[in-house]
Design a protein around this ligand. Structure first.
Ligand code: CDP
Length: 236
């Protein structure tokens, strides 16, 4: 166990820019752990939908009273969000949670709660964290900050391929693009590119290419800071 503080790679960007899957791969290659901050906002929204009344009327205090039911559980490679001690799995990726999560993420107390969970997860491990404000608010001193962007149509197409497991029609992509652009607008306040973040436009990159670039950046940075150090040595 080394005495140096944990290394943080922050990956931010708008909806469906590929942050989570990229972060998971990058973490695996570097032998870091992946923390998905959006999963906490989603898990709390899921709890709200199950336990509180109609989403329009939720008060911050009543939502926060349920926050202790949501925990980050360590698993190989990262952390899984649990609700009431059980993994939430894909339940937090559905359309209802996606429709209401931005509203929950506007609440300052909820943001403070998520940030505390994420920082606690990073306290004992090198981590790759993805979200909207990781490089600006949560880890302003992160070793590497990447801001992922992609054309909205391409983001919508990728999200649908992932969800439908088939080629989506143009009409389906158009509708999904509308929804993404709308969510981007709702999330605009917290989706900020840090001044020292590296902008990566993934519109014409494959997932493997974008992962390779971030891994290369992370390795170069660590070598530059400490020529004797290495991250995730060996192949890959
Ligand atoms: O991957 P996708 O863009 O669908 O979303 P996500 O990363 O799972 O995040 C879901 C929602 O959580 C976003 O639409 C934001 O409202 C919120 N979020 C946030 O406000 N700040 C973060 N650091 C991460 C997510």
């Amino acid at each position: 166990m080394s005495a140096r503080p944990s290394l943080v790679v922050a990956i931010d960007g708008p909806a469906a820019s590929g942050k989570s899957s990229t972060a998971r791969w990058v973490a695996e290659r570097l032998h870091f752990r992946h923390v998905d901050s959006g999963a906490l906002y989603r898990a709390l929204t899921h709890v709200g939908l199950r336990s509180l009344g109609p989403p329009g009327g939720w008060r911050e205090e009543e939502l926060l009273a349920h926050a202790r039911r949501v925990t980050l559980h360590p698993v190989p490679g990262g952390f899984d969000p649990h609700v009431d001690g059980h993994p939430v799995g894909e339940a937090i990726r559905g359309p209802e949670v996606t429709r209401h999560v931005s509203q929950v993420a506007q609440m300052p107390g909820v943001r403070a709660w998520v940030n505390a969970q994420v920082r606690a997860a990073a306290a004992a491990h090198d981590v790759v964290v993805d979200g909207r404000d990781i490089g600006t608010v949560v880890f302003p001193d992160a070793a590497l900050k990447v801001f992922l962007v992609a054309d909205p149509w391409e983001r919508a197409r990728r999200r649908l391929v992932q969800r439908l497991e088939r080629r989506p029609t143009d009409d389906e992509i158009a509708e999904e693009t509308e929804r993404l652009v709308h969510r981007d607008a709702s999330d605009a306040t917290q989706t900020v590119q840090a001044r020292d973040a590296i902008l990566l436009d993934t519109t014409y990159l494959t997932q493997a290419e974008q992962v390779d670039r971030i891994v290369a950046l992370a390795r170069a940075l660590v070598r530059g800071a400490d020529p004797g150090a290495g991250v995730g040595g060996g192949g890959g």
